[in-house]
Design a protein around this ligand. Sequence first.
Ligand SMILES: Cc1cc2nc3c(=O)[nH]c(=O)nc-3n(C[C@H](O)[C@H](O)[C@H](O)COP(=O)(O)OP(=O)(O)OC[C@H]3O[C@@H](n4cnc5c(N)ncnc54)[C@H](O)[C@@H]3O)c2cc1C
Length: 497
Amino acid sequence: MSQNEIAIVGGGLGGISAAVYLKLAGFDVCLFEKNERVGGRANRLERDGFIFDTGPSLLNYPWVFQDFFAAAGKRLEDYVELLPVDPALIFRWPDRKELILSSDVTRLRESLYRLEPECDAGLMAFLRDAHIKYKLAFEKLVSKNVTSPLDWLVALTPREMSYVTVWRSLYSELGRFFRSRYIKEALGAYAMYLGGSPFELPGFFSILSYGELAYGLWLPKRGIYGLVEGMERLANELGVVIRTQTPVVAIETSQGRVRGLRLADGSREQFPIVLSNVDVPYTDTFLLNGDKNFPKLQKRAKRMKMTPGVCTFYWGLKTPLHNLAHHTIFLPDNYKKTFDELMHEGKIPSDIPFYVSVPSATDRSLAPLGGACVFVLIPTPRLSQLGDVDWSVIRQDLRQRVLKRLEEEHYAIDPDSIVVEEFFSVEEWHRRYGLYDGSAFGAAHTLFQVGPFRAGNQSAQIKGLYYTGASTTPGTGLPMVVLSGKLTAERVVANVR
Ligand SMILES: Cc1cc2nc3c(=O)[nH]c(=O)nc-3n(C[C@H](O)[C@H](O)[C@H](O)COP(=O)(O)OP(=O)(O)OC[C@H]3O[C@@H](n4cnc5c(N)ncnc54)[C@H](O)[C@@H]3O)c2cc1C
């Protein structure tokens, strides 16, 4: 076994990113992926001429991907064609109120005026404030490896510290700039994907909506998976070895250090360094030689606060959908109650919020001529909160509720026009990609699970073991996990070289 060899378990975007950065640093990298193709949650389903992305559909912060290709001396546009999506998002409420989020400021203002006629000063102040926070986040906080809260403290001047709003919730932070409940609810809805309610998540996360306003939202040609293909191509060109359909059943350790991997076919492969791209609590619970050896890691996994689960539908329509934009989020009447049911009571909300994406509105090649692809995402509690449920009953119930709300808002989808239907339950998400407790986005971004408090990318217990991906630093989402791969690679290089 050469000291230069590194194994990566899992071919999510975090895993591919780490593989490329490590290969560029001169390591021999072998990536083991259990499924037939890489991409993880960002995967592809093809049915009867319809092409669906399984998970992510909103691509933001394109500069992160440009930097990724530039690290290898390449240009993003030679690997991936990005199509702009504008408006980025439309939010709708049952009383027919609507908010259109666009990076075209004139369009954005017009939409906000309809909800809060005197919001001009608030909007400008919000954009200024979020811009400063965004720059702080990427220049000083999330793009560097940190080990202790002190690292963050010394990185910031007292004035900069005042922008790191962690003592105020996202919802009340938005209330500093806007009075309209609709604007606060829309800009606060991002909290759902970070695993918290906007009434609890730190106000600093107002940067999320700002990121989309400032840098736009994009769809790679041939869907989000077009980006995965571009990143995989670069990894192949550099000589990363990618072994798909190769599940790892254990990361083997002895005397407190990594020794290699045990594969599902019973074979063993030795490696001095292993990076797990499988979600941190899943790695700690199921891939590390069982509970006896690492009780601290088991405890950490149990204590970790996780984001909700999701159920997703993939509909291939034989008719076009003219009036539904690329991304629409349908919010409920009683926003607070919905978050309470989802986050605290562990119930599928009585009035479900859901998100509909029609990527074929931007890239016609994703559906056969005259048809449309529809993706529906419904946040739900996690597996342990739901208990023993009948997924076929839940599927029918959610399907009916989504179609009813669409019909009420004049976006009717005729059930007879659905010629292809796939459904991923929380259980299915868990089974396919090793999502701990069915949590769709990994560890939540609560105050004590961000920055230096989040699970670190280097194991303190096991020498030679590293983590990359959504549940470690800096966090969840496609750009974040690509940054995570870079940070983990930098950590390895700093330790080994
Ligand atoms: C439904 C949904 C919608 C989302 N929407 C968005 C969005 O619009 N925008 C956005 O930016 N983000 C979105 N996200 C979040 C985003 O998808 C994730 O943060 C990101 O893809 C996670 O990447 P990762 O590197 O952590 O790895 P993962 O994608 O979790 O990949 C881990 C890989 O490990 C493999 N694996 C697991 N166990 C083993 C094993 N034992 N042996 C070998 N391989 C194994 C899995 O098959 C998988 O390929 C969404 C997520 C979901 C679920």
